[in-house]
Design a protein around this ligand. Structure first.
Ligand code: ADP
Length: 606
């Protein structure tokens, strides 16, 4: 039997229509090729003198007739029809060798060839070398590797005779030409397909990379892949956890719901791992089995599942990134669809890589989002907890302070020891009040459930108010507080109460941590789109180590000079939170013993 390349094939079911009868409307030969092949077929009929010439292209284990010249009825019946290559090969074994053409006289035909092609309705003429309607004259066309790629079949000689020597020479010339034309067209078909699939794959991945969640990514790229690979449908299986914590998930393209049985899901997982390691794509059909990692029984399970949903063949493509196999995608074709070409399998593997990268990105994004959600929930919980505890503390503190006052009023004479004790209780209670107030504010500005309601805020009156409020404390320490602000409003966007807190905390700190007799400057101005508020003191300064922790909750410096002042360690944390939720930032410059500058930048209004 002459060798032919079965190539990747499409299965034909046992109950398929008789060979030679069109079984599918899918045909991929482009118009240009069709035209060329038709001209060649016409040349044969007109110049060599035949009623019909048909040119077929090998598709898997079938021939598909793509050009017919001559009789209109033959054209109608033959164009697009398919026939089993195997049947022809059996006949060819009995043929006379006329060079490229092979001749099988009707009395040597083994099969009932009426089912194989078109049989002219003519009576043989009365001559010794008369042409019989069932005589077969065909030229199998092979490529350089000896693979069978096409077939020229001619019938119905106009003179009613079997071809003479000179006709045979002419025929052989045409056969050689046809062979070249077919190879060129097949080559072009492969290139076109490669281009289309590559483009589709690129598009799919480009579209996909704009998609940030895994399921939208997969939904988005499926239609492009199905189109690009000329598949009937597809599904994608991902392994490991998806963003929602699901173990492995099947994403099938719209309109074609697959319920892949669990047994197959685990087989697929194993097969995908092996395919990814080997960097190969598996073609699965009745003729092509998955690699050795899958047993015969498992293969049958796969095939009967596929046949059950009307699928003849699949491309099983691993998805991965680096060493890791992340899943697989399956492209399906129907029982009568054309075979997968080498080009599609190559591009499919590339798509497996592209999808792998996209999946890794999407998962990273989903993990990040999840983390953000968790942190927000935690923040919210923390804020609520702080708020609740602080509220609970308020009542007992009020009771302590109230009773203290009562004691002072009712006791006529307090002995000095008791006096000291009462003073300590009073100091402690005051400190507690400060802590509780700061905690409540911190909880409020740190709660994602309590968003900022921004409005334009002129900072000049706020700064003036703060200077007045701190005037007593400043005077007590003989400090000069200078405000430098422009005559026109300096308007930021935010919450005036919260911004007041920022200025207040910064100026109070400057007053607390600056030795007597020095000056504190508060400056305010606009710089492009920002309002800049600076609080500059000539105080004790902050060490570089302390500067890194200034905004941490409850942080107080280890510097004894700083510790001598009362404080909760929450003031700057509150400032930082408020500035951040206003979309601003805070900068610190400080030198121990020389002074500190706190600079707040806020988005300006207008
Ligand atoms: P508190 O002042 O209540 O201790 P803050 O959060 O306002 O808490 O400040 C944290 C620490 O930063 C202070 O304990 C102090 O050591 C240091 N600090 C803040 N402002 C200044 C300043 N202007 N000069 C020197 N040290 C400062």
């Amino acid at each position: 039997m002459p060798e032919h390349d079965p190539g990747p094939t499409v299965d034909v079911p046992r109950d398929a229509a008789l060979p030679g009868v069109a079984t599918s409307s899918v045909s991929w030969v482009d118009d240009e090729t069709r035209e060329v092949l038709h001209l060649i077929a016409e040349g044969i009929t007109e110049l060599v003198g035949f009623g019909v010439a048909a040119i077929s292209i090998a598709r898997g284990d079938e021939f598909e007739v793509v050009a017919v010249a001559g009789s209109e009825s033959a054209r109608e019946q033959l164009l697009g029809s398919r026939s089993k290559i195997e049947i022809l090969l059996v006949e060819l074994a009995r043929a006379d060798d006329w060079g490229m053409f092979k001749f099988i006289p009707h009395d040597r035909l083994g099969n009932d060839m009426t089912t194989w092609g078109w049989v002219p309705d003519v009576e043989p003429i009365d001559a010794p070398d008369a042409w019989h309607p069932l005589d077969m004259l065909v030229a199998p066309l092979h490529d350089q590797d000896g693979a069978l790629r096409g077939l020229v079949a001619i019938d119905l000689p106009t003179d009613g005779l079997r071809p003479s020597q000179s006709q045979r020479r002419l025929l052989n010339k045409y056969a050689a030409q046809t062979g070249r034309a077919i190879l060129v067209s097949l080559e072009r078909e492969v290139l076109t397909e490669q281009l289309e699939t590559a483009r589709a794959a690129r598009n799919a991945v480009r579209d996909a990379s704009a998609e940030l969640t895994l399921s939208t990514l997969l939904d988005e790229c499926q239609p492009a892949l199905v189109r690009g690979f000329r598949a009937r449908g597809m599904w994608i299986q991902t392994f490991g956890e998806d963003g929602a914590g699901n173990q492995g998930a099947i994403h099938s393209n719209g309109g074609f719901d697959v319920a892949v049985p669990p047994a197959l899901v685990s087989i697929a997982e194993r097969a995908a791992g092996a395919a990814w390691r080997a960097q190969r794509v598996d073609l699965v059909s009745r003729r092509h089995r998955v690699g050795t990692e899958i047993t015969e029984a498992e293969t049958n399970l796969i095939l009967s599942f596929l046949e059950g949903i009307g699928i003849g063949s699949i491309l099983f493509v691993p998805i991965g990134s680096g060493q890791e196999c992340l899943g697989n995608f399956v492209l399906t074709r129907g029982l009568h669809d054309p075979a997968w070409t080498r080009a599609s399998t190559d591009v499919a593997l590339d798509v497996g890589h592209d999808l792998g990268r996209a999946i890794v990105n999407a998962r990273a994004y989903e993990r990040e989002q999840q983390l953000v959600r968790e942190l927000q929930a935690l923040d919210s919980y923390k804020s609520q907890l702080i708020a609740t505890v602080s509220h609970e503390l308020k009542t007992p503190i009020t009771a302590i302070q109230g009773n203290l006052e009562l004691l002072e009023q009712t006791l006529e004479e307090i002995d000095p020891d008791a006096r000291q004790g009462l003073d300590a209780i009073d100091r402690g209670a005051r400190r507690l009040v400060r802590v509780v107030e700061d905690l409540l504010l911190l909880a409020k500005v740190g709660d994602p459930g309590n968003p900022l309601i921004p409005s334009p805020v002129d900072l000049r009156p706020i700064v003036d108010d703060v200077r007045e409020l701190t005037a007593v404390a400043a005077q007590r320490r003989d400090l000069t507080v200078v405000v430098e602000a422009p005559p026109d409003p300096v308007v930021a966007i935010g919450d005036s109460g919260e911004l007041d807190r920022v200025v207040n905390n910064l100026v109070s700190n400057a007053v607390k941590y600056t030795p007597e007799g020095r000056t504190i400057r508060v400056t305010l101005h606009r710089e492009a789109d920002e309002i800049v508020l600076s609080c500059i003191d000539e105080g004790i300064g902050i060490s570089p180590t302390d500067q890194t922790r200034l905004f941490d909750e409850f942080f107080r410096s280890t510097n004894p000079q700083a510790l001598a002042q009362p404080g909760t360690g929450l003031g700057l944390t509150i400032v930082d939170r408020i500035v951040a939720r206003h979309g601003g930032r805070i900068e610190v410059e400080s030198e121990l013993g020389a002074g500190s500058t706190f600079r707040v930048r806020l988005p300006a209004s207008g």
